[in-house]
Write a protein that binds this ligand. Structure first.
Ligand code: AZF
Length: 447
C-alpha cells in the first residue's frame, strides 16, 4: 500500500496536540482563566462535566512524554501555547512562570531531537478578553499581535516553525454560530465577523514573526474537507458550492489574496463581516506553508434551512468512526490536489489527521486498535498519491500523540496513538502507535 520512497527525505513525521487538551495544571503557576475553562465549568456543555483541569497532566509529565515520543522515532511535534499562561488577563502583565514553562518544554523537545511546530492559538482565549467581547471585538486582534510578539521574542531562538491559528472555522462557527464550543454563542453574523478578526490577527502575527526573523516559517492551519453535492440537481450543486465557501474558501480565498467568496456572501449579504480598508491586504500577507487538518468530507443538499439554505446528508460510509464521522480517505487527496491547484501554497503540512474508536486497555496494557491503524494507513496513501502528482506535502502530524480532552465530548473520544489511563496517568502505546513508529523509523532510515 505505502511506498515510503515517495515521501521527501526531509519529510516531517510527528503528532499534534493542543495546550488545553493535554496540559492540565489549569490553575497553577499563574495561569489565567480561558474561555474553555468557563465553557467546561458550565453544566451541560461538556460530556460528563469533563474539563481540562488535569487532562493528561502534561504540564508535569512532558519530559516522560517527549522521551516516549523520541523512542517512537518521530522527528517533529506540533503543540500549542496557552495564551492565558503567558498573559493571564490576555494583555498587559506577563506571567513569567508561564513563559518559563514553555522554555522548559521547548528545551526538552530539542534535547530529544524533535523539531517543534508551535501553534499560537488553539482556541483557549483568555476569559478577560472575552469579557471585552472576545474575537467579536476588533481590539482582540491587537491583543493577539502583542501576545504573538511576546511568545516569538521568548521562544524564537529555538522555535522556527509557527502556526498562527488552528482551525478558525471551529473557533468562529462552532464557538460563535453553533454555540457548541467556547464561548458558546449562537449568532451566525457574529461568527462571520469573528472569522474576519481571526484572519486579520493571523496576518498581523505573520508580520510579527517575519520581523523577528525572516527565516522562520509561518503558516495557518485550516480544517478542510470536500463538499459533495447530494445529487446533480442545480439546487444541490449550488448548495454544495455555498457549503464549500462556508467551510473552505471563506478562509482559503482571503488568505491567498482573493477576498471573500461571493458565492456565500451574495447569499447572506447581511451576515458579511465588516472589512476595513487594508484588512484584506494584511490577511493575504505571504506565508510559507498551509497546515491542512483533514477528518472527513461533507455531502450537502439544498434546504429551506436559513441562513445558508444547505443541509448535510449522512454519507454512505460504510465505515464510520466513534465520532460517527465517515471514513473517507479519498477526501484528503481531493483537498490536497484542490488546494495545490487553486492556491499553490509553497508547502503543505498535514497538521492533523486521525480517528476515534472505542479503545479498550487489555489486562496486559495493550490497545488493539486496528481500525485506527488502517485509517491512518489509507490517509497516508492519499498523501502519497498527492505527492506523486506534485503536491508539496512535507509533513504529517497524526492527531493525536495522546488521548486527550476532546472538547465538548470530554475524555470519552480517544484520538491518541498512545492510550492515557486517566486514573493513573499511565501511558500505553496502542498498536496504531507501534505501527506508526515502525513506519516513521523506516521512512527516516532509522531501522
Ligand atoms: O476533533 C479532533 C481534533 N480536530 N481538530 C482540532 C483538535 O483540537 C481536535 O481535538
Amino acid at each position: 500500500m505505502l511506498d515510503l520512497n515517495v515521501f521527501p527525505p526531509n519529510f516531517r513525521w510527528g503528532t499534534a496536540t493542543a495546550a488545553y487538551q493535554i496540559e492540565g495544571a489549569a490553575h497553577e503557576d499563574g495561569r489565567g482563566i480561558s474561555i474553555w475553562d468557563v465553557f467546561s465549568y458550565t453544566p451541560g456543555n461538556v460530556k460528563k462535566g469533563d474539563s481540562g483541569d488535569v487532562a493528561c497532566d502534561h504540564y508535569h509529565r512532558y519530559a516522560e512524554d517527549f522521551k516516549l515520543m523520541k523512542e517512537l522515532g518521530m522527528n517533529s511535534y506540533r503543540l500549542s501555547i496557552s495564551w492565558p499562561r503567558i498573559l493571564p488577563k490576555g494583555r498587559g502583565e506577563i506571567n513569567e512562570k508561564g513563559l518559563a514553562f514553555y522554555d522548559r518544554l521547548i528545551d526538552e523537545l530539542l534535547k530529544n531531537g524533535i523539531e517543534p511546530y508551535v501553534t499560537l492559538y488553539h482556541w483557549d482565549l483568555p476569559q478577560a478578553l472575552q469579557q471585552l467581547g472576545g474575537w467579536a471585538n476588533r481590539d482582540t486582534v491587537d491583543a493577539f499581535e502583542e501576545y504573538a510578539r511576546i511568545v516569538v521574542n521568548r521562544l524564537g531562538d529555538r522555535v522556527k516553525n509557527w502556526i498562527t491559528h488552528n482551525e478558525p472555522w471551529c473557533a468562529a462557527f462552532l464557538g460563535h454560530g453553533a454555540g457548541v464550543h467556547a464561548p458558546g454563542l449562537k449568532d451566525v453574523g457574529v461568527s462571520m465577523q469573528v472569522a474576519h478578526h481571526l484572519l486579520l490577527s493571523h496576518g498581523k502575527a505573520v508580520r510579527v514573526i517575519k520581523e523577528h526573523d525572516s527565516s522562520h516559517k509561518v503558516g495557518i492551519t485550516l480544517i478542510l474537507g470536500p463538499s459533495h453535492a447530494a445529487s446533480d440537481s442545480p439546487e444541490d450543486v449550488a448548495a454544495a458550492a455555498r457549503h464549500d465557501a462556508f467551510l473552505n474558501t471563506i478562509y482559503l480565498d482571503p488568505l491567498y489574496g482573493k477576498g471573500y467568496p461571493r458565492v456565500l456572501f451574495d447569499h447572506i449579504p447581511a451576515l458579511a463581516p465588516k472589512v476595513q480598508e487594508g484588512d484584506l491586504e494584511i490577511i493575504a500577507t505571504e506565508t510559507d506553508f498551509l497546515g491542512v487538518n483533514y477528518y472527513q468530507r461533507s455531502i450537502v443538499k439544498h434546504s429551506e434551512q436559513l441562513p445558508f439554505n444547505f443541509d448535510g446528508v449522512r454519507p454512505p460510509g460504510p465505515e464510520f468512526t466513534f465520532f460517527d464521522w465517515e471514513v473517507y480517505p479519498k477526501g484528503l487527496y481531493e483537498v490536497l490536489t484542490r488546494v495545490h491547484q487553486d492556491y499553490a501554497p509553497k508547502e503543505i503540512f498535514i497538521t492533523e489527521n486521525g480517528a476515534t474508536f472505542e479503545d479498550t486497555l487489555t489486562e496486559d496494557g495493550q490497545v488493539h486498535d486496528e481500525q485506527r491503524r488502517f485509517y491512518i494507513e489509507r490517509h497516508l496513501k492519499s498523501v502519497q498519491d498527492a505527492i506523486s502528482e506534485g503536491v508539496p506535502v512535507n509533513g504529517y502530524f497524526a492527531w493525536s500523540f495522546l488521548d486527550n480532552f476532546e472538547w465538548a465530548e470530554g475524555f470519552e473520544k480517544r484520538f491518541g496513538l498512545v492510550y492515557v489511563d486517566y486514573a493513573t496517568q499511565n501511558r500505553h502505546v496502542k498498536d496504531s502507535g507501534k505501527w506508526y513508529s515502525k513506519l516513521v523509523k523506516e521512512a527516516l532510515g532509522a531501522v
